[in-house]
Design a protein. Structure first.
Length: 302
């Protein structure tokens, strides 16, 4: 993939994300009245509507000399439920568009699979020699529905519910070709002043085919949450680093990184801005080695 086409591809991902962010800001901007908006913005179980626009540049790969990139749109929409025991439902949907790195099939068995946006793996098409060029396509959509039961636990919140993966992608290097379903659970603790900690865990099994010639899927995921809030809306921590294990291919994906962010306003619109460098040490296929993530999240407090 030459420099001109790579630059054009970067613009093709970044420009729609920026345009969408500005459109949402113009339509929904309003005053912020909640003093704890920064804490809510980093809490995955907060009753706070959010629209996340994210760009990730993957600057290095294990078993590939190329780079890639990914754009993500992620709406988080809470719903008030009519049940006193379970008053809230939090939905979170991740919609990725990505480019894949160039794959050198001459590197042997470790180049026979490529990492997906959700942390799983797909096999590269069989019977090919040489190199597979970089490709751009949608990834599969992953959507959560987390029910928050009312508990007598001060400063602690639990969310449980289903997670589903929708096979939006028809590209065999960016999607699984399977409908997937599984359970999810989240725990968040805010008892320690200025700190948030907890975790998200879920599992996906394939339940139906979108493409009948694709391999079965069984993947476990764990996402640690640890955030330290500073002054004036600043914070540091880890929040969306998704560790995964693919039971079919027996491969791990363990990204490490630290997010530096600030909750502020652009005009009247509250936003959560952050940058996050990432390093992924596991070398077991065509996997991202290092990346940089940039994020703009529009916040809509009630």
């Amino acid at each position: 993939m030459n420099k001109t086409s790579r630059s054009r591809s970067r613009r093709s991902i970044a420009q729609p994300l920026l345009a969408s962010a500005l459109a949402f800001a113009a339509a929904y901007g309003g005053p912020v009245t909640a003093d704890d908006l920064a804490g809510a913005a980093t809490n995955p179980l907060a009753n706070l509507m959010q629209f996340q626009f994210q760009y990730q540049y993957n600057g290095g790969y294990h078993n590939s000399d190329d780079t890639s990139q990914m754009g993500v749109i992620q709406p988080v929409i809470p719903f008030n439920l009519p049940w006193a025991s379970v008053p809230t439902l939090i939905t979170r949907t991740t919609i990725p568009y990505l480019t894949t790195p160039e794959i050198d099939l001459g590197r042997g068995g470790r180049s026979s699979s490529i990492e997906l946006p959700d942390g799983g793996f797909v096999d590269v098409p069989a019977g090919l020699d040489g190199k597979i060029d970089s490709q751009s396509a949608w990834g599969d959509i992953v959507s959560f529905g987390l029910f928050l039961p009312k508990l007598n636990l001060k400063g602690q919140t639990i969310g449980i519910g289903p997670v589903v993966s929708l096979p939006l992608s028809s590209n065999k290097l960016t999607g699984t070709g399977k409908w997937e379903l599984g359970p999810a659970a989240v725990y968040i603790n805010t008892n320690t002043p200025t700190w948030q900690w907890g975790a998200l865990a879920y599992h996906l099994w394939d339940v139906a085919d979108s493409q009948s010639d694709r391999n079965y899927q069984s993947k476990s995921f764990f996402q640690p949450v640890l955030v330290k809030h500073l002054k004036d809306g600043w914070y540091v921590g880890t929040q969306d680093l998704l560790w995964s294990y693919d039971w079919r291919s027996e491969k791990w994906n363990v990204p490490l990184g630290v997010r530096i962010g600030k909750v502020t306003k652009i005009g009247k619109q509250p936003v959560n801005l952050f940058v996050e460098p990432i390093y992924q040490p596991v070398d077991d296929g065509v996997q991202m080695e290092w990346a940089i993530k940039l994020n703009v999240t529009l916040l809509f407090p009630q």
